[in-house]
Design a protein around this ligand. Structure first.
Ligand code: CP
Length: 306
């Protein structure tokens, strides 16, 4: 694996190897991650052309725990604002001896463009591109599911909400189907479920109650208003009434079902506060697992595994 751009096309062996490598970094209480020297002397450049809290910070922590030198470019204050192109920005940062670029961009395909232009020893990790892919989020989601449910082969997983604009949904679907998940469902209003879902091997539900019935895992997605035109924008109140996950509706899933969410959460829109903070929520453990998973990805692409 030279770059990590998508979960699409990754084999079950590679996905499992990344999850196992991540697990190897976790030493205490299934949570704590010790500092290791695997990327000592390497430079990791975090380039977030789109805002982020979780991904950017956990990549920063992960690179630091691998003993890399970490540089997070302040894009708003960079010369991109003076018209410097993406590839010229990359060329100049490469001249500062970058080894790994972690890239988030609102344009689908931006990390692919960068990967085509960097030197062979430089690695690109996609931290979310447009509505296309968010592979490290999918990997930390797989890590979380495996942590709580052990085996994918008997699981029914529902992905609920604005699937149309979600790079997380697409990356999760590719990873879940490759890992042998028994049933993947997408649940949402017709206007927010893309037409190609059946071809991706998932069952489509336009009713929340039917969609989460008997599920082992419920992955909630926020409405990505920043990617919607006016015609698609539902009112928050109407959306919550039909597709908001409440404690009552969650009872339709299995009693031991876990609730996940990539964040950021919009409480009272796609999910009730009582579910976010409830016993079945593993939303914050997902964030914690993201550190070990991103350590695994960077150490594997750089060829310096534990
Ligand atoms: N899940 C996720 O990508 O969150 P951020 O946008 O805060 O990074």
């Amino acid at each position: 694996l030279i770059h990590l751009l998508s979960t699409e096309g990754l084999s079950k062996d590679i996905l499992t190897h990344i999850l196992d490598t991540a697990q190897g970094f976790v030493s205490v209480n299934d949570r704590e991650v010790k500092k290791v020297p695997l990327l000592r002397g390497k430079s990791v450049f975090n380039l977030f052309f789109e805002n982020s809290t979780r991904t950017r910070t956990t990549f920063d922590i992960a690179a630091t725990r691998l003993s890399a030198d970490v540089y997070t470019l302040d894009i708003a204050r960079s010369s991109a604002s003076k018209g410097e192109s993406l590839l010229d920005t990359i060329a100049n940062l490469s001249a500062m001896a970058a080894d790994i670029f972690v890239v988030r961009h609102s344009e689908s395909g931006a990390p692919y463009l960068i990967a085509q232009h960097v030197a062979p020893h430089v690695h690109v990790v996609n931290a979310g591109d447009g509505r296309h892919a968010h592979p490290t989020q999918a990997l930390l989601d797989m890590y979380t599911i495996r942590h709580y449910k052990k085996d994918f082969s008997n699981l029914t997983v529902a992905i609920v909400g604005d699937v149309l604009h979600s790079r997380v949904a697409r990356s999760d679907i590719h990873a879940l189907t490759t890992l042998g998940c028994a049933e993947v469902r997408v649940v949402g209003p017709k206007t927010l479920v893309p037409a190609d879902m059946a071809q991706m091997g998932v069952r489509v539900f336009n009713n929340l109650e039917e969609g989460i019935k008997g599920c082992d895992v419920v992955i909630m997605l926020r409405l990505q208003n920043e990617r919607m035109s006016g015609a698609l924008l539902p009112s928050s109140q109407e959306y919550f009434e039909s597709f908001g996950l409440t404690p009552e509706k969650l009872q339709l899933a299995k009693p031991d079902a876990i609730v996940m969410h990539p964040g950021p959460i919009n409480r009272g829109v796609e999910i009730d506060s009582a579910v976010v903070d409830g016993q079945q929520s593993v939303i914050l453990p997902q964030v914690t697992f993201g550190i070990a998973v991103r350590m695994a990805v960077m150490s594997i692409v750089a060829g310096n595994e534990a």
